[in-house]
Design a protein around this ligand. Sequence first.
Ligand SMILES: [Zn+2]
Length: 356
Amino acid sequence: MPANDTRVKNVLSFDVEDWPQSTLDFSLPLTPKVRDNTFRVLDLLANAGTRATFFLLGLAAQAFPDLVRRIRDDGHEVASHGHSHRPVYRMQPEEFRADLRRSIAFIENAAGVRVLGYRAPDFSIRSSDWWALEILAEEGLRYDSSLFPIAGPRYGIRAAFTLPFRVLPACGSEFIEFPLATFECLGIRLPAAGGGYFRISPYHASRAAIMRLNRRGGPATSYFHPYELDTQEIPRSPHAIPWRLRLSQGLMRSTVEGKLRRLLGEFAWGPARDWLEGRDALTGLTSCQWRPSASSCWCWRRSALGEAVSTRSSIPAAPPPTRYGAVSSPSTTGTRAIARWHYPCSCRRALEQRSS
Ligand SMILES: [Zn+2]
């Protein structure tokens, strides 16, 4: 990106995984296609002079450490996509922590640089899974990019902001959420700039979504998979693939590379870490503060850009016994500690009155 480029820099990201292992069966071994397809993406980015964030499965870093090093050497950011692609909502908090640590260990060992960010497999942090953000912050990560601000059947938090925002986790560290890019049409919020939606929809739909987010001063956070450039994977797969899956996962893969090239040429892109370094830009972007809770109480504030206010502040009759529900966390079991950290604004005052 030239120094005099005043365009908003969008977040370009790729989830590095092997399609059969991440979609059909978590117990399958990873195939060399992970490396081959990602190399293809790296070549494409090198030609475009663009850098990105690569959210790697720990399994991919374990099997192909040379791939991790090539990503790093090309100037891209390496981040975690979990270890084995199991959805977050199917894990207990401590299982999630172990899965995260494992993935980070393999990635950092191969890359020799610190991992700062995380993306949940299949965007599997839902409104009942705030605890996952707490754990990410406790493990020293600086950002997450798992929340999809849509009302989806399998994932999504419709109430989430559509531009990056701050999260104030219980451990008190600075933490940023990069929600995936969306597009609103007739009151319905739809995914844009990534995955199957990008494959199937016309180029102009993604373009319009990114332009709309950029007009509001913020970046669009995109997500792609290197395997989506592989048009022969599903037709030649040795696995029995149900026809619906064949259709939803394979349809129009041949259009991805061309559309991606156009996006790279038309917009400014960079890895998520660039936004962490440019903290002033983010401060100007959203002044909202959101403290996730262990149960049902959280607050949203209006952002500097006039993002719609979305408040859900039902105060539970009693504070949750621990931060993670069933998991014991002795240092924060006191009512006041929970109230101080977890309930901002009026919720916090009400709880403090109740406990005094
Ligand atoms: Zn994935």
